[in-house]
Design a protein around this ligand. Structure first.
Ligand code: PLP
Length: 432
């Protein structure tokens, strides 16, 4: 049995109060510990590869605020730039030069993006891009993949990943069936299923949206030829291909999955990393499509705080740090050491395990694998994961509190951090 040596009395107290104030005590369901047991740890501060809770415990962090903290939390350059930007005010509600700077950086980096619109979250980026897909094609239906998460807008809450998958929820009440019926789903990595959907719905499908590397059903990379096959199928049926790179953008490579795999979609959504820890989302793509967006064109989409100067500043600084030579090699090297080590330790302890990484994004399932889609991912022994998560937490390692979430490293994680993590895993894998 895993010990309960961790002192969490302050966390418990704050969370008990939070539960009376906010549904489930959290501002986002993925932060709750429902699927791993116990109560969430309440954070006090974050720095580099580490987080500290309100009881003074320190953890090595593999969540990184769910992705944005790719340079390490509170990077001094980002904090300094934010201090300077703060002196000029917190919000303009008018054009600001910083928007040009970040837009240019995104356009230079991401192959599909010729023009970009900034919003405040990944959810907003995805719901706006869907409106744009429909406006441009004049078609209403959409294909998404089981276990992929594209934020919580109605039309994406069909067989969705992330918290929906973690909590084992059916499609959410409150989503009108008339809306959900326009969302068609296929298993990830299954081109044949997509082909059939196109054949069954001729001239009705606006496009296909996917996480080109899945992170919201656990970590699932695309099979060879899958992305290229989708590119071909969408072209053939005059539908749009949209990569939701909210998680993978500037994480897998500076230009995202589309640069790494050499497949260029028509439109792309971004978030997480481009906000450098502040709330930012973006969507962009071909100029002729983006020209539909108001006020250039008729498709309406707006935002009081969009292009916020503080958020732009954090994004710009973060991308400046990431575009230095060697950053993605460093992320790959450290993350591969971590996941190879974890898999070896799991197998040595007699557990079925599979997983992998691409750059600073990784995942581990307690099943023989291989995992090609959400059905495969669900074969993972979630009870074992629960024991693993709790044990690692006790050892000072903070992992996402769900089997169905990818893990993240940062440029601040050192070999010593990986050593300590693997040492903790040796103890815990032997106990579960
Ligand atoms: C996180 C995420 C979103 C939603 O972004 P929010 O900022 O949480 O609204 C959308 N798509 C993907 C792939 C994500 O990982």
């Amino acid at each position: 049995m895993i010990g309960t040596t961790l002192k969490t009395s302050k966390s418990e107290e704050i969370f008990a109060a939070a539960q009376k104030l906010m549904p489930g005590g959290v501002s986002s369901p993925v932060r709750a510990f429902r699927s791993v047991g116990g109560n969430p740890i309440v954070f006090d501060r974050v720095q580099g590869a580490y987080v500290w809770d309100v009881d003074g415990n320190q953890y090595i962090d593999y969540v990184g605020s769910w992705g944005p903290a790719i340079c390490g939390h509170s990077h001094p350059d980002v904090i300094k730039a934010l201090h300077e930007a703060l002196e000029k005010g917190t919000s303009f509600g008018a054009p600001c030069m910083l928007e040009n700077v970040l837009a240019e950086m995104v356009i230079d980096a991401v192959p599909s993006v010729e023009m970009v619109r900034f919003v405040n979250s990944g959810t907003e980026a995805c719901m706006s891009v869907l409106r744009l897909m429909r406006a441009f094609t004049g078609r209403e239906k959409l294909i998404k993949f089981e276990g992929c998460y594209h934020g919580h807008a109605d039309m994406f809450l069909v067989k969705a990943g992330s918290g929906v998958a973690t909590l084992g929820l059916p499609d959410s009440p409150g989503v009108p069936s008339s809306v959900a019926s326009n969302t068609l789903t296929a298993p990830f990595n299954n081109l044949e299923a997509v082909k059939i959907l196109f054949e069954e719905n001729p001239d009705q499908i606006a496009g296909v949206i996917l996480e080109p590397i899945v992170g919201n059903a656990g970590f699932i990379p695309p099979d060879a030829g899958f992305l290229a096959g989708l590119r071909e199928l969408t072209r053939e049926h005059k539908a749009l291909l949209v990569f939701d790179e909210v998680m993978t953008g500037f994480r897998i490579a500076y230009g995202g999955v589309q640069e790494k795999f050499g497949i260029t979609p028509d439109l792309t959504t971004l978030g997480k990393v481009i906000g450098g820890g502040l709330p930012v989302g973006a969507y962009g793509g071909r100029k002729d499509i983006m020209a539909m967006v108001a006020p250039a064109g008729p498709m309406y989409q707006a935002g009081t705080l969009s292009g916020n100067p503080l958020a732009m500043t954090a994004g710009i600084k973060t991308l400046e740090l990431l575009r230095q030579p060697g950053t993605y090699e460093q992320l790959e090297q450290i993350t591969k050491r971590l996941i190879d080590g974890l898999l070896q330790i799991a197998r040595d302890a007699g557990h079925a395990a599979c997983g992998g990484n691409i750059s600073g994004m990784f995942g581990l399932f307690f099943t023989e694998g291989p995992v090609h889609n959400f059905e495969d991912a669900k074969k993972s022994d979630v009870n074992k994961f629960k024991g693993f998560h709790r044990g690692m937490l006790e050892q000072g390692i903070y992992l996402a509190p769900s089997q169905f979430e990818a893990g993240f490293t940062s440029l601040a994680h050192t070999d010593a951090d990986i050593d300590r993590t693997l040492e903790a895993a040796r103890t815990v894998m032997g106990q579960i």
